[in-house]
Ligand binder design. Structure first.
Ligand code: AMO
Length: 447
């Protein structure tokens, strides 16, 4: 590694020699003095160079170097990557951080083409075409620092609470959620499917005696929709735990995990989020409000909105409206909608004792959008087969999964949560395209 100093660390140094590297953000090329704003991954700093426009003394190698440096700065393209050695000088009058680096030597390590293909007002699609340039923006960079903190806080919570990390296969022999959204892959003599969720294999960890497991990994859905919340490939945050009494235990885990993550984000990025997103991070209070789905539909109905089909899931507008109600009534950004009808839930959800029309399940809504689904699972194999048949699935195709329930399995449950959705809603972004490193959708496979 070179001896360069990260820009964010300059403030703590005394005046003296330094070396910095980064991308040219702006150049102000005045007659007598030149200013360059240089940005690295940690921040921006002003470089200054007294301009030498002509060779004063032919025999003075120093003046020749100064002329060359001046000419190099005049020719700098926005986005070129430089290494500069020079002298750090603290000066309160400098707006950018109260310091500057007086250029001694400048090396253009990697030149940029003169025209940058995107600008601040480019469309999202254009920005995604040039994602590496788009991500240079400190605001975009912050999104992925926040993501890192969230994932780290999740892992810390899981490690502190005795969970085991699993990595389930993404090539599968069957669907795990719905046949409608399956990607097929040619697999030697047969066909494989890209995993829609680690559902079956995180459940397998329960009869395997793992107790509590988690996974953060890719999930694939051949979903042709172009909404702001759907991708064909997304990062799914999954947990599954044994020995639960009902989905209430899963919801309690879910709350703790999110409180841990939001606390970490507030601590680590509170200031930067205020600066770049004008956001005050609110750590949610526990317990999060809970409303049975039927009750939620009644509430939004009373407030003037009918869910289009009576037996349907909450639609996006219904989610927004129930979230607005919860914000008004309880001052909370999260709400668990519970007790979904069996008709709109997968076969593996446990149903209510004595009322098989309802499930021990929930969706978690954050700032008006679903971020997660969780449930207690049906662990009685005969009931499971019955429920699979009811959903039009052939138990023969599910034999490998049904076997998990034939050799002693603890009652268990868990949830799956879309990471990019959590980030989008936390940051008030309009689309998961902004909070996904490289978005994949029906018409986007590049870059
Ligand atoms: P579900 O299908 O509801 O449940 O997915 C769980 C969460 O994953 C995210 N998600 C998506 N994010 C982006 N693009 C998509 N196309 C997409 N589809 C889903 C959402 C959603 O809430 N196996 C169950 C979970 C469980 O019960 O453990 C499942 O996959 O945030």
């Amino acid at each position: 590694m070179s001896e360069r100093t990260l820009v964010k660390n300059l403030a703590a140094l005394e005046d003296g020699p330094v070396s910095v590297s980064g991308w040219v953000e702006t150049v102000r090329d005045q007659k007598k003095v030149q200013f360059v704003v240089l940005r690295d991954e940690s921040g921006a700093v002003q470089l200054v160079n007294p301009a030498v426009r002509e060779l004063v003394d032919d025999d003075d190698p120093e003046s020749a170097t100064k002329l060359a440096t001046t000419e190099a700065i005049s020719a700098l393209a926005h986005g070129s990557f430089l290494t500069v050695t020079g002298a750090l000088k603290h000066d309160e009058r400098v707006k950018l951080g109260g310091l500057e680096v007086r250029i001694g030597a400048l090396e253009v390590v990697s030149e940029s083409l003169p025209e940058t293909p995107i600008a601040a007002d480019s469309s999202l699609d254009k920005r995604l075409d040039w994602r590496f340039l788009d991500l240079r923006n400190p605001k975009q960079n912050l999104i992925f620092r926040v993501q890192t903190t969230i994932e780290h806080a999740f892992r810390q919570y899981w490690i502190d609470n005795d969970f085991i990390e699993i990595h389930t296969p993404k090539l599968m022999a069957s669907a795990s959620e719905s046949r409608a959204e399956l990607f097929e892959v040619g697999y030697f003599e047969t066909t494989a499917y890209l995993a829609q969720s680690p559902q079956f294999f995180k459940q397998m960890a329960q009869p395997a005696g793992f107790g509590k497991v988690f996974e953060i990994g890719p999930a694939f859905r051949a979903d042709p929709s172009f909404t702001s919340r759907h991708a064909t490939e997304f990062t799914s945050v999954d947990a599954e735990i044994s020995w639960i009494e009902s989905h209430e235990d899963v919801m309690a885990l879910h709350e703790e995990l999110l409180v841990a993550a939001f606390t970490a984000v507030k601590e680590k990025h509170g200031e930067a989020l205020k600066e770049h997103f004008d956001l005050d991070v609110v750590v949610p209070s526990r317990p999060f409000p809970r409303i049975p789905l039927a009750e939620a539909k009644r509430i939004v109905g009373e407030r003037g909105y009918e869910i289009p089909r009576a037996d349907d899931d909450m639609d996006p507008e219904g989610e927004r409206r129930i979230a607005a109600y919860v914000k008004e009534e309880f001052g909370h950004d999260f709400v668990f909608l519970t007790d979904y009808a069996s008709s709109i839930r997968p076969f593996y959800h446990m149903r209510h004792e004595g009322d098989s029309s309802l499930t021990n399940s929930y969706d978690l809504i954050f700032n008006g959008v679903e971020i997660s689904t969780g449930a207690q699972r049906e662990h009685r194999v005969d009931v499971l087969i019955e429920q699979a048949r009811e959903k039009g699935l052939e138990p023969e195709e599910l034999e490998f999964y049904l076997d998990f329930f034939r050799y002693g399995v603890p009652p268990h449950g868990g949830f799956g949560m879309g990471l990019a959705r959590v980030l989008m809603l936390l940051l008030g972004e309009q689309s998961i395209r902004e909070t996904t490193y490289l978005f994949r959708g029906p018409t986007r496979l590049l870059p």
